[in-house]
Ligand binder design. Structure first.
Ligand SMILES: Cc1cc2nc3c(=O)[nH]c(=O)nc-3n(C[C@H](O)[C@H](O)[C@H](O)COP(=O)(O)OP(=O)(O)OC[C@H]3O[C@@H](n4cnc5c(N)ncnc54)[C@H](O)[C@@H]3O)c2cc1C
Length: 459
């Protein structure tokens, strides 16, 4: 084979056929976009991302062959599902190949409490297969209509179902299988707590080939809006609802200024009303309505066409960026304790009126009620001093800030213990080829190497 034959497109065409290898350049540009433009910081940082080739395997065997070849060539490998990540997870920092797994899809089995799927399976298809057996996914992202199983596990955190069943870290991913990135890739199966290193680590640990999600008995759901004249009352109601006995799959709280930006559904409520978007157990609607009325709210039927999943979680940022193109965002976790949570809601409203537009997804996790903020920031002067001041303010209130302006796993704040992550990566990706640069310093320092940040600082 000549030297030119060793270019990635030539090598991978031999495996997949030329039509399943997209060479770098304009034809590959669609694979170099995701939703990191939510952050002006990431939009700038990732603007000149390039790729040598995009690979589109159709089977696990083809995926394995691509991984083996990339390992032999020692070129970076970045996996990609539907590209709906918010932090540039699927955008390669060091070129190499992007492997699009969407055609390696299909439901493998559905048993009681468990569904096994191939990596590129669209979450909506997994949910449909579960429903055929009288079950539903315990949790799925609000992008479930397009995002993939492996993309959700590697790039997401939680979503619809979270109000009852928590997030990815609440035993909702029962097992995974991954390929190691070596000349002869091995298949590694992880179960129980051992799956943690692959959760939200941006495909840096292994190439997922099988994912097993937790299922729960299916319910019939109805979308409803509950509107309140003031935010503290709504926040208290939402906290009580998720902590209580009524079942909702979604409890998405939006203060009035943010609710006004959800343009396809604003006709449902009055300007100035603070709203919760609930996906509620249909059988419990009368009890829900009574609870809302008792707390000072009013229940509104969902008479609009768009699906409720188009508004919660980071969908709110899609709408706020549309309404206020120069706006930005922040993620933060409020206190679990009801009184403390309400104190934080009030303090933020007083300190940042019209700027920090409170959007709170209330979830239940590890037996606690956890209000998670996905906050549009409108009119924040800059992403340096002003953002730092805001973050300092949130932390002083006792909140945890999850930084959406970084593509580095550790800086995002979702992954606590990176020791377990690094330990697995050392054997699953011995050449450090998977999505290089996304796992921060820990992978390098643990091996006695100079971390990227130190190298950048010395330059
Ligand atoms: C409007 C909007 C709403 C959103 N709502 C939610 C939400 O409710 N909950 C939530 O958690 N997230 C949400 N997100 C973020 C995103 O949609 C989810 O993380 C989604 O599940 C990612 O799936 P994907 O197929 O698009 O993955 P991609 O974005 O393509 O990839 C995500 C990560 O997975 C890695 N990856 C993909 N396949 C593999 C594989 N086979 N092996 C190893 N690594 C792999 C990629 O390298 C990348 O790091 C939202 C985003 C937007 C834009």
């Amino acid at each position: 084979m000549s030297v030119t034959d060793l270019t990635p497109p030539a090598v991978f065409s031999g495996i997949l056929g030329a039509e399943r290898v997209i060479p770098g350049g304009p034809a590959a540009s669609a694979w170099l976009r995701d939703f990191s433009w939510y952050s002006p910081v990431l939009e700038n940082a990732l603007a000149d991302t390039t790729v040598d080739a995009v690979l589109r395997p159709e089977s696990i065997d083809q995926l394995r062959a691509c991984v083996a070849a990339a390992a032999g060539l020692r070129i970076p490998v970045t996996l990609r599902g539907a590209g709906t990540g918010n932090y540039g997870q699927s955008l390669p920092l060091q070129s190499g190949v992007v492997i699009d797994v969407r055609d390696v899809a299909g439901v493998l089995s559905v048993t009681e409490g468990r569904i096994a799927v191939l990596p590129g399976t669209v979450m909506k298809d997994a949910e449909a297969a579960a429903r055929e057996t009288g079950q539903e996914l315990a949790v799925m992202p609000s992008t479930y209509r397009i995002s993939t199983a492996s993309g959700f596990v590697s790039g997401g955190s939680g979503g619809i179902g979270g109000a009852a069943h928590g997030d990815l870290w609440d035993d909702n991913v029962l097992a995974v299988e991954l390929l190691t990135v070596e000349e002869t890739p091995r298949t590694v199966r992880l179960e129980g707590d051992d799956v943690r290193p692959v959760l939200h680590t941006y495909g840096t640990i292994g190439v997922l080939t099988r994912i097993e999600f937790r299922l729960v008995p299916a319910r019939d759901y109805t979308p409803v809006v509950v509107a309140f004249p003031d935010l503290p009352a709504l926040a208290g109601f939402a906290h009580d609802l998720v902590s209580g006995d009524l079942h909702v799959r979604l409890c998405s709280v939006h203060e009035a200024a943010g609710a006004a930006m959800l343009t396809p559904i604003t006709a449902l409520y009055e300007p100035g009303e603070d709203v919760a978007l609930l996906w509620a157990d249909t059988a419990q609607l009368p009890a829900l309505e009574a609870a809302a009325t008792a707390a000072g709210g009013r229940t509104i039927a969902w008479t609009v066409k768009p699906h409720i999943s188009q508004f919660p979680f980071s969908h709110s940022i899609l709408w706020s960026r549309k309404a206020a193109p120069s706006s930005s965002w922040l993620q933060c976790e409020y206190a679990s304790d009801r009184a403390e949570f309400l104190r934080q809601v009030a303090a933020l409203r007083e300190a940042y009126p019209g700027v920090f537009l409170q959007h709170i997804e209330v979830i239940t996790s590890a037996g606690r009620t956890r209000p998670m903020g996905i906050t549009p920031l409108v009119g924040l002067p800059d992403h340096e001093r002003a953002l730092e001041e805001l973050i300092t303010f949130c932390r002083a209130l006792g909140m945890t800030v999850l930084n959406p302006h970084s593509y580095v796993v550790e800086e995002g704040g979702f992954v606590g213990d990176t020791a377990q992550v690094v330990a697995l990566k050392t054997t699953s990706d011995p050449y450090g080829l998977l999505n290089p640069g996304k796992l921060g310093d820990s992978f390098f320092t643990s091996r006695g190497l100079t971390p990227p940040s130190a190298r950048a600082a010395s330059r």
